[in-house]
Structure formats: structure tokens, C-alpha cells
Ligand binder design. Sequence first.
Ligand code: FE2
Ligand code: FE2
Length: 184
Amino acid sequence: MPTDTAIAACLNSGESLADRILKVNHAGEHGAVNIYRGQALICRWRAPSLLAELEEFRRHEEGHRAGFTAEMERRGVRRCRSYHLCGIGGLALGILTGLCGKAAVAATTVAVESVVLRHLEEQMAYLETADEDAYRAVRTIVEEERAHHDRAAASVAPRGFWWRLVLPTVTLSTEAVIWLGMRL
Ligand SMILES: [Fe+2]
Ligand SMILES: [Fe+2]
């Protein structure tokens, strides 16, 4: 999973690739917290039936962020430069998709969590032998991310306009943010 560019960026900054992975995941979790926060804000009046689940997911994401914060503090690693970009972008995405309704909310979760799960698998394949502590920090969150994905995927039928619009857009944006985070 580590690309040459990402490795070169790490070597230049004096941090290990595992450090960088933790930083990018930490920033991503901050983004996820804010997506669910933004969606909950709007769904309070737009789709109240979603509120309990969105708040449950937000609490999970806060737990994931706290786990990465703890591991980064233990290593003396500072947060990623993409941290605030993730936070602001996540909140904007949450509000926007909340306004578009239930299908857009579910499509956002499916898109984000699919990308996240793919990256987590790649990260774990690398970290398993490279860095045991970072591996453990990443592995801890996988089951909850998978549950977010599966619950959102099961919640919407039929998959109409918003689904087809939001799914590829959010997938691409999430990939772009991770790509950027690995290089900042
Ligand atoms: Fe998460
Ligand atoms: Fe999640």
C-alpha cells in the first residue's frame, strides 16, 4: 500500500510510514465525526428517524479519533496538516447530504466507509509486520467501520438519484483527502 511518493514524503519529514498512517487516520476520524455531526444537525428536523443512529455512529468515530490521538501522543507525533481540512470538509459534507435526505445520508456512509475499509485492510497488511502498536490501533476500529457500512447499505431501497450522485462523488472526495493527507 505505501506508494513511493508517500514513503519519500515520510523519509523527508523524519517520521515513519506507520506514524503517517496514524496521522491520516486520525484526521479522517475527525472528518467522520463531523460528517455525522453535520448530518445529525440537519436530520433533527429533516429526517428525525435517522438521528439515533447518526449519533451512535458519531460516538463511535469519536472513540476512533481518541484511539489514534492516544497512540500519536504516546509516540510524540503531531496531528496531520489535513486535520482541519477533514473537519471542515466533513461538516460541510454532512450538512449538504443531510439536506438531500435519507438516501444521500446512507450513500455518504456507504461511500466513506467503503474507502476507509479498503485503506484499513491495506494498512493492516503493511503494519502487521512493520509496527505492532500501529497495527493494533488500526485493527481496533475495523469492526465498527464495517458495521457502519453494512447498516447504511441495508437501509436504503430503491437506490435512486441521490444514491447514484452521492456515492461516486463522496468516494472520489474521500480518496482525494486520503491521498492528500499521505503527502502533506
Ligand atoms: Fe471511524
Ligand atoms: Fe465509521
